[in-house]
Design a protein around this ligand. Sequence first.
Ligand code: HEC
Ligand code: HEC
Ligand code: HEC
Ligand code: HEC
Length: 511
Amino acid sequence: MDKNNLILAGSTIAIASMLLLAHSESGQAEVKKGLTANPVVKEKGVESRNEEWAKYYPREYDSWKNTKKNDKIDDQLKKNPQLAVLWAGYAFAKDYNAPRGHFYAVQDVTNSLRTGAPIDAVTGPLPTACWSCKSPDVPRVMEEVGELEYFTGKWAKYGQEIVNPIGCADCHDSKTAELTLTRPYLKKGLEATGVKLDNVSTQEMRTFVCAQCHSEYYFKKTEWTDKDGTAKTAMVVKFPWDNGLSVEDMEKYYDDIAFSDWTHQISKTPMLKAQHPDYEMFTKGIHARRGLACADCHMPTIQEGSDKYSSHHIQSPLDDVANTCLNCHQETEAEFREVVEIKLAKKEQLAKFAMDNLAKAHLEAGEAWRLGAKEEEMKDILQDIRHGQWKWDMAVAGHGSFFHAPDETLRLLSVANEQGQTARIKLVKVLAKYGAIDYVAPDFSTKEKAQALAEVEMIKLINEKDKFKGSLLQEWNKQAVEKGILNLDSRKGMSDNTSYGTQDGKDKDKK
Ligand code: HEC
Ligand code: HEC
Ligand code: HEC
Ligand code: HEC
């Protein structure tokens, strides 16, 4: 960089920090001013129906409703077939799409083949906890029945209760409308990292409301006794932050408690699954270090006449570069798109190496077991696979991390690839010992081939799901309407796109 560019860069950043200050001060004053006149949406408890909030906050509601616009299903198993091998034996090998608008959260968890096809309130496979990041009905139910009762039982237990997608009462207090944290597990997680909850700034809240859901978690098995003296087992969402927020801190946390999300079906590795660690990864990037919050890019301030409000159309900031990046930076829109595209391409390249090596490591380990390899020969190898796949997953499971923390993302992918390769080098020795030095892992270059290796029976899963959607799901919705917690109008025009069935009304697979 020459001297002129340096000065330019310096002034851009000066502008950035001024804007940041200006934004948070005027923003806060405005919200405060608005609040004194704020109507009470609900005096007691949680108002989970977004339409009720619309009566008082039409602009925020209308912009929120625009999250409906991104209804595209982006089937990740099709795009990266390695995934079905990496997740063999785990529900993610059945169905996994990139995130889309908040408006679809309840529909997607219901449609996902991962949640299976329950026939009543007690059939599995998944626990109630799978609703936790989908709906403002979650804090409502938690308040009504208590946190431990909420986390007890199967996912289907709350089908008729959790019906409104991510909305106002996930982030705002129903009485005061102020930003609030509605998920107890985030509060506990933050406290473990040293955050003092009674002293959180508005700027921090503009990130923490998102961290309630966009964070890595696991289910902690918790025995408890209800008020009638009945012994119960809850699967409680917990954030693994006791040692800190880095990927290695969390890995150590899980290793120390010998936790695994599942045992890999092919390699028998005790595995970890990373879940959307957008918040943790974001903290490792320059924008977080310079004091930005999620809302600075995903909820820009919109000026309409003399009025200003926060856009609640949470989406890719690239769909509104003018109101986001260009608030602080001086380059052109085209330059910014290019900057982001280049970062994405670099991530994809390294991610592919890591996925290929780790998938082959699972298959080679599977062959070693089949030939009679011993526990003590495999132990180290499985540990390499566990740690390598964890690093890869943490790098990619937050779909924006390649931008939020680009160097950390590439570092993790490189370590993941190294650990995958190390496992494979050790496996050559084991395979040689059992007479299979020439073993070549089978082809997993399409979703169908990879799912066959993982023994996923798609046709059966889809048929069961269709049956569920025609019966129990209808019953859930009917009961929710009768109870007055679901307004069917709120779902008007909602397409029923899935990865396995219809897209935009056309039957993709039968075309
Ligand atoms: C994912 C979290 C989230 C959801 C969901 C959400 N909000 Fe907000 N809301 C925010 C954040 C962040 C701000 C900015 C607060 C600040 O800067 O002080 C905000 C600001 C507001 C404000 C203050 C004025 C403004 O526009 O900045 C109102 C009123 C508001 N939201 C209403 C709503 C309504 C109504 C809904 C449901 C349709 C909703 N919010 C859904 C996070 C959320
Ligand atoms: C109550 C949980 C919850 C909260 C709070 C939440 N999110 Fe999300 N977010 C989700 C889920 C779940 C999805 C995926 C929805 C789907 O694909 O059906 C998602 C999707 C997204 C997407 C993808 C949208 C698209 O069109 O591609 C972005 C961006 C996003 N969230 C950002 C944020 C930001 C920024 C905040 C805070 C202001 C936030 N989220 C708060 C759960 C949440
Ligand atoms: C509120 C102000 C603000 C907004 C909005 C903002 N940035 Fe930045 N950006 C900064 C600051 C401050 C830095 C750090 C500069 C430094 O200290 O080196 C930075 C650094 C960067 C860098 C260099 C570091 C890296 O990660 O490669 C890129 C690229 C960048 N921003 C792109 C974007 C894009 C794209 C957007 C929109 C999606 C955006 N920024 C939105 C303030 C902002
Ligand atoms: C400096 C701007 C900036 C900040 C701050 C920021 N993001 Fe992003 N975010 C982006 C950009 C740019 C992308 C990539 C969008 C794309 O690929 O189209 C992105 C992508 C995402 C995605 C994936 C969207 C998708 O559909 O693939 C999610 C989810 C997300 N961000 C959540 C968050 C959360 C949560 C925070 C705070 C912890 C945050 N972001 C902070 C700019 C930002």
